[in-house]
Design a protein. Sequence first.
Length: 368
Amino acid sequence: MAVHDLVGESERLGQALVPIAEGRAHRRVNRELLGAIASAGLLERLFADHGVSATDLCRIRQGLARVCTEAETAFAVQGLGGIPIHLSENENIKARWMPAIRSGEAVAAFALTEPGAGSDAANLMMSAEADGDGYRLSGEKTYISNAPDADVATVFARTTENAGHRGITAFVVPTSLDGITGESIEMISLHALGRWMFDGVYVPADHVLGEVDHGFTVAMQTLDLFRPSVGAFALGMAEAALQIAVEHAASREAFGTPISEFQGVSHQLADVRVAIAAAEHLIYSAAETYDSGDRQSLTGKSAMAKLHATETAQKAVDVAIQVLGARGLEADSTLAHLYREVRAPRIYEGTSEIQRNIIAREMFRGRL
Ligand SMILES: Cc1cc2nc3c(=O)[nH]c(=O)nc-3n(C[C@H](O)[C@H](O)[C@H](O)COP(=O)(O)OP(=O)(O)OC[C@H]3O[C@@H](n4cnc5c(N)ncnc54)[C@H](O)[C@@H]3O)c2cc1C
């Protein structure tokens, strides 16, 4: 499919995935849904042999998000967990895992956050102690998408004490290894998420991604790629909410006239329309920056895209509910669903406050 069709094509695919997404045991990995996403060719497109296209990633996420947030999230988290492996130079690990990740048979996860280290990820405490020809991992990872069901995770652990972000290493960890236990955490959205406890889990040295003590770079490079696409997820939700609100405002009458005639209504929608257009621009500008290979301004642009798009989506869904009145709050309505879904992207992959910190830092460094 041509790039310019990709948003619309993903939207059509998303529509077809709705029946598989609905009616499942929520908050756990939906393997049938991931399999259908793979069969539709979306994972193959993401994990392309020639590398990764951030623009494709954003377009797919935007299209899916308009109609099926469950499919969007299943696709995105598989990407987040798989990309560090896909982009690594560890050919053995790639050969072992990428075919299964690309086909959706193996579910992937990205495990950075710990109970004591969220925003301050460089302060993570999970230990990786050298043991013969490998490492023993001990500690806890929490709020990890696709945990505890995922089959393989990119896990970040400390190989050097008191070295901050310089002492962290990225490991590819099959979750069937001895010493790993896990449980699901119920969030307000349908997001499949949980925690893993690692009790002296032996991981061979050839499961390291990149260089020992340089895993934080792996994490940050992954986030630079994914942050604009979190924005694209938010953008798709914002567009869906706005469309519902515009259609409703044009047909709903009060005081003898369509409510779209009231500036109190139409100006709110106009403001959302402008914010969506700005979000789209920031997202695809950041994605093009990634695809061009320019790493100088990428971090700042990725942060701007995520910040603006996720804040816009929150506003768009809130305004849409206001415009629909009570109808927008019916429990099984699309807007109520979006209201639950739209909150988390302002927190994960760096909160809005952390994005502002990054933007300010990059600006003062002269990179923005
Ligand atoms: C649905 C969902 C899915 C997730 N999936 C994953 C996943 O797959 N993998 C993974 O590793 N993690 C995942 N996370 C975890 C997520 O990345 C963290 O929740 C996030 O980084 C924030 O960390 P925290 O929740 O510990 O908040 P904290 O770091 O405790 O922050 C609390 C508050 O303090 C603010 N704050 C902290 N430091 C600063 C500062 N320097 N300046 C200004 N404000 C600050 C924050 O912005 C926030 O408002 C997920 C979270 C959610 C909700």
